[in-house]
Design a binder for this molecule. Sequence first.
Ligand SMILES: [Zn+2]
Length: 218
Amino acid sequence: MKLIGFEEGLFPELDNYNAGFNKGSRRLKVTIDTLAAKTHYIENYPELLFNTLDLLPNIRNHRCSHGENEHAGRDYDMSHIFSPIKIVGDVIDTVHLFEHVALEIQCQVAEMQECSGLTCNYWEPETRYDVFIEYEEAPIAEFSCLTSLKLINSQINTPEEPFNIRDVLMLATTIARQGVEDAGSLSSHLGWSNGKLNRIIAELQELKFPFSAHLPAA
Ligand SMILES: [Zn+2]
């Protein structure tokens, strides 16, 4: 999947499609193209969902009003995974999972109690999607989307691209929630070597994490 662009706005028309949106909240429109063949996404989805729930178990607590709850009649049975994320059995399931991952990352990093999203498919081109993410701080929302995209791609692209979401989230939440950006404090707080800290800082930079002061250098 490839990011086409971000657009910040109110998009009040979305209130009709997801009652979970807070009235008057700001939403980030994320336009995404799927690049691989349709079968690639459909065949990889069960394992992608399973692994994603393992990495971000709180997604099991999300509410979801998209698609259907019924798993019957699909080519695969996923009822044993116990996921609240509804599926339609098509490419949009992968994009919809991107939405839930982005919301989860944003809630963790920005300590938002609640935020909603929506995933929409274009008629033309049918490989294009708009995902809407409710946000308070646009830079954190964009970071969350870039991180979600990297996580999904790291699992479905071949060859797989290793991506340590746990370390990235640990550093991002420590900086965002506790305001610590001093390298020495970060190393000792996280119990990381300078080398590891520098490596994850570089990952955060690549994902456009909004460092507030000077970049910490270990
Ligand atoms: Zn959903």
